[in-house]
Design a binder for this molecule. Structure first.
Ligand code: PT1
Length: 283
């Protein structure tokens, strides 16, 4: 199965790893290491060599507590990087943004995938993706980054997140984004307690009935740190374990900072899925 990202394809015959390229000075785990465009380019080339199928460029941090960024600042950070990446890399370039104008300019600069933690809820966002010909990831978030971890609440996190995503998929298709260019993401850590995140991971397979590929972002997140009592820089092993479980439970794309080991973890999860098939157990 291939996703057309405005002319470049993302192959999902085997699980893909989306490499994180932060161009924010305040990013939670790379701490401003990639504000320098040269360093960002080197890191992106490294991630592709390590097996990333797509590179996700972000100029606004969306981690818990993060403040919004001005559109002009976001454009300044990401546009030069998107343009150079599109010129130098073969893989599709994703832009991690919720702002329609940033989407439009990034698509014009060569991005073929819009990764929106706000699921295209901003005015004009759906139309921008539909007319730009890009693929899109629709992610679930309860609240907004600055305050979303204050008191997350669900009666049934899996059905509520799934219903939200089903609604957003319907609206996008009605507005002219083809189903085969849409990906859905339950939004680990976005207005969820640890218990909510573990429930979503355990029951991820239920999201398959949405009828679009599933993307997950788990890398270095707090629910892993809380379980293991470890800071961000010591969460690699935990992140790989949850990446393998997510793929085993049906994830098609894993967004991660540490691409090479995540490719291995995804292959392990995928081999276990194949093992299920060998024994004729229904998926
Ligand atoms: C994600 C994601 C993302 N995560 C998609 N895009 C982030 N599609 C940025 C924590 O709990 O999961 N899916 N873009 C990063 N956001 C967070 C959220 C980082 C929570 C850290 C935490 O520590």
């Amino acid at each position: 199965m291939l996703i057309d990202c405005h002319g470049r394809s993302l192959n999902l015959g085997t699980p893909a790893v989306m490499g994180v390229l932060n161009v924010t000075p305040d990013s939670f785990s790379d701490g401003g290491r990639f504000v320098d465009p040269e360093a960002a380019m080197r890191h992106a080339h490294r991630m592709v060599a390590d097996g990333a199928g797509i590179i996700d460029v972000g100029g606004e941090s969306t981690r818990p507590g993060a403040a919004p960024v001005e559109e002009s600042a976001e454009l300044e950070r990401i546009l030069p990087v998107v343009e150079r990446l599109a010129g130098e890399l073969q893989v599709p370039i994703s832009v991690d943004t919720s702002k329609p104008e940033v989407m439009r300019r990034a698509i014009a600069a060569g991005a073929g995938f819009v990764n929106d933690v706000n699921a295209l809820r901003a005015d004009g966002a759906i139309e921008t993706v539909a007319s730009g010909g890009a693929a899109v990831c629709l992610m679930h978030m309860q609240g907004e980054p600055r305050s979303m971890q204050q008191a997350p609440h669900y009666d049934d996190v899996v059905s509520e997140v799934k219903e939200f995503l089903a609604d957003r998929i319907r609206l996008c298709i009605a507005a002219g984004i083809p189903r085969d260019r849409i990906v859905a993401d339950p939004g680990f850590g976005f207005g969820k307690t640890s218990a909510h995140n573990w429930a979503l991971l355990a029951r991820l397979r239920e999201f398959r009935t949405l009828g679009v590929p599933i993307l997950v972002g788990l890398s270095r997140k707090s629910f892993i740190g809380t379980l293991l009592d470890k800071p961000t820089v010591q969460r690699l092993s935990g992140s790989l374990a949850v990446a393998g479980i997510a793929v085993y439970n049906g994830a098609d794309i894993v967004r991660a900072h540490d691409v090479a080991p995540t490719v291995d973890a995804a292959r392990v999860g995928h081999a276990a899925v194949a093992g299920l098939r060998e024994r004729q157990i229904s998926l």
